[in-house]
Write a protein that binds this ligand. Sequence first.
Ligand code: 2HA
Ligand code: ZN
Length: 276
Amino acid sequence: MTYPKYLLELVQTTYDMWQKGWDEYNGGNISYRLKKDEIEKLSEDFSGTSYKLYDKPYEVKDLMAVPKIVQGEYLLITASGSHFRYLKEQPEIDTGIVKLTENGYQIIAGYNTGKRPTSEIFMHILSHAARLSQNENHRVVIHNHATNIVLFSLLNEVTSESLTKDLWSVLTESIVVFPDGISVLPWEVPGTREIGEATGELLKECRLVVWAKHGVLSTGVDFEDCFGLIETANKAAGLALDLQRISGKPLKENNVLSDDDLRAVCSALKVQGRYL
Ligand code: 2HA
Ligand code: ZN
């Protein structure tokens, strides 16, 4: 018996990200919010697989005040200390399913050798809450260290507006992929509730957040949607970096798209660009 589609997709996404070089060693984490029918079919879906299901779930009771909107939700979430190069060989060890409670979570399945959810669990819970409040179909949160985005945030002082417009200006279709732009969180210590709270706030207005000098985080209705956002932003950041390096000039002094060009794209493709 094989795993349900959502677990197979998570596994494939972790490997794709490692191959891109965005998840060195233990970098990065992913979570997926299960659908109602997937929760109902949990034991059926996992019986006959290596994934353990727990009659008496292990419970963490004092993690945080979990927002009401996600209490009772089930998240498939990668483990702390999982390595995305290798996760596909042992998803029953490096992933698990948790049910969110008022103040933490219960482990329902997986983490067969006793691992626990990613250190960025605060960010995942608060990001799901923020996006779910905007879109009932929201399901996936991905964090990784997309190389070009990290480099761009090391080389330039970035703000939400400057980064968004710089990335739009070098890749015509990027404004169509992320018309709400990218929000920037100035550097913070990872894995804290504070970084989770700040990220959740930013996600009320867009789906993509850059953690300056660290990485990126995207949210979406499915894995492809979420991965595609990062792929597009990272491609644009790579173009911007190369353009500056090859020309030896600041980005804006190159022959990039103007605000008028971007407005023309928006009106042709019926999207509203955030800072235009
Ligand atoms: O999962 O990337 O930000 C490890 C990290 C923390
Ligand atoms: Zn990280």
